[in-house]
Design a protein around this ligand. Structure first.
Ligand code: TRP
Ligand code: SF4
Length: 431
């Protein structure tokens, strides 16, 4: 018999993500798992597969230091299970002490997808209800890009750090690309960096949970964050070195030098060397000094990447094929019916199924349970083993999953109704 690797968290499509590690420098998430206190379902199950710089956020969680979580969506199409993943990741970090920020990317939807402002508001409100229903707390910040002057002002500033050819290389823009399309890209960078504004508690690690398709935005924003720095701190062999870009900012260096009076220091035209000090200590002082001279002292944002569920009909989920996804707002009965029709990893006949077992790695129903419907790891492992061992029939398995989807949606939709009454706590007007 052919040897197959048994892994309830695996998927036949996971290889698609492998190249992201080598090609773009995304790190594997798995090695961090054991350091994470009560990791969430997507972490435990390898659904969050990669990250950039998540260590900084993890250190903040463990050391109870300040950090933030931020993400957002373009309001286009119905709110569905894919959105739920990001929402749950935001909420998980909020529960661990992070300040939480959620953007409705209406400027992006309007400029890139041509969604009218009226629809942006309507769809955005719908997303917000699900976010709150899933457990987002009122201490967090929810906003529409077009209504947020902090974000818009910051976007204008950040725009000085990127030029047209860079934008077009990253986003594949042609000469015909509209200016507002480009603008919406810097607005997204502003979304990501705004949690580090003084107003929101200053520089700190910020994690952006997103689908892997959003990585170009993250990379660009990390570059912008570094470029916007007035002071840069680097560890050298036997000292710490701080550089400034212009002589105008040398006063900040003098400030820092004074704080390290006890240490041996050397102030040069555009840099300062400090001996016998810890990196973290110098970095913190440098952040304060940078803010004093009007800088932002951004920490490059971190990110988490999750893989996507397949469409219920096989292939990709697509908003233009309603049978391929489950909307959080659709009638629970309709959703259950979609599950009963979904593509499974079952065999052609019942006898084959009994003898060979099913293929959960290629089963959308299994994926649905793994991603969304079953919280208990032992339970999902049992299902996996039963399927592999030919002890489940797809018909009853689909019925089981359909019922779970029904229950989940019913509760979620009740919670959305409750959320409607609580919008004021979040500072939101709902029409
Ligand atoms: N570009 C994202 C999308 O296509 C939406 C978005 C806007 C976003 N600002 C963000 C995502 C900030 C993460 C962080 O849906
Ligand atoms: Fe999928 Fe369940 Fe059939 Fe296994 S038994 S292939 S998990 S539907």
């Amino acid at each position: 018999m052919q040897e197959t690797k048994l892994d309830p968290w695996g998927s036949s499509r996971i290889e698609d993500y492998d190249k992201l590690y080598s090609a773009f420098g995304i790190s594997h998430f798995n090695p961090l798992l054991k350091r994470i206190p009560s990791p969430m379902r997507y972490m435990r199950r390898n659904i969050i597969f990669g990250h950039r710089d998540y260590e900084g956020v993890l250190d903040a969680i463990l050391g109870q230091k300040k950090f933030a979580v931020m993400s957002g969506f373009m309001p286009s199409g119905e709110v569905h299970l894919g959105h739920k993943m990001v929402m749950e990741e935001i909420i998980w970090h909020q529960e661990r002490g992070g300040s939480a920020h959620f953007a409705v990317a209406d400027m992006e939807a309007h400029s890139v997808r041509g969604v009218s402002w009226k629809d942006c508001k309507k769809i955005g409100d719908d997303y917000i209800l699900s976010l709150i229903a899933l457990g987002f707390k009122p201490s967090g910040r929810i906003y529409f890009q077009s209504k947020d002057s902090d974000v818009k002002d910051l976007a204008f500033e950040l725009g000085s750090e990127v030029n047209f050819s860079e934008m077009s290389a990253i986003y594949g823009l042609t000469n015909e690309a509209h200016v507002s399309h480009m603008l919406s890209a810097v607005v997204q960078s502003a979304d990501i960096l705004a949690p580090q504004l003084e107003k929101f508690g200053g520089p700190k690690p910020v994690v952006i949970p997103v689908g892997a398709d959003q990585d170009p935005h993250i990379r660009l924003t990390r570059d912008i964050a570094s470029r916007a720095r007035k002071l840069t701190v680097n560890s050298r062999e036997d000292h710490i070195r701080i550089d400034v870009k212009t002589k105008d900012d040398i006063d900040a260096m003098k400030d820092i030098e004074r704080k390290f009076k006890k240490n041996k220091t050397g102030l040069h035209e555009l840099h300062l060397d400090i001996y016998g000090a810890k990196y973290e200590e110098v970095a913190e002082v440098a952040d304060k000094a940078e803010i004093k001279i009007g800088g932002y002292a951004f920490t490059p944002p971190s990110s988490l990447y999750h893989r996507f569920m397949s469409g219920l009909t096989g292939g990709k989920m697509s908003s233009s094929v309603p049978e391929s996804y489950i909307a959080l707002t659709e009638p629970p009965n309709d959703a259950a019916a979609k599950v009963r029709k979904a593509k499974t990893g079952g065999r052609a006949t019942a006898a084959e199924q009994r003898n060979l077992g099913g293929v959960p790695e290629e089963c959308v129903v299994y994926e649905l349970m793994l991603f969304h419907l079953i919280e208990d790891d032992d339970k999902i492992e049992d299902i996996y083993k039963e399927c592999k061992g030919g002890k489940r029939t797809c018909d009853s398995c689909k019925g089981y999953a359909a019922n779970l989807v029904f229950q989940f949606l019913k509760k979620h939709q009740d919670d959305r109704e409750n959320a409607k009454r609580r919008l004021k706590e979040y500072g939101i007007k709902y029409e």
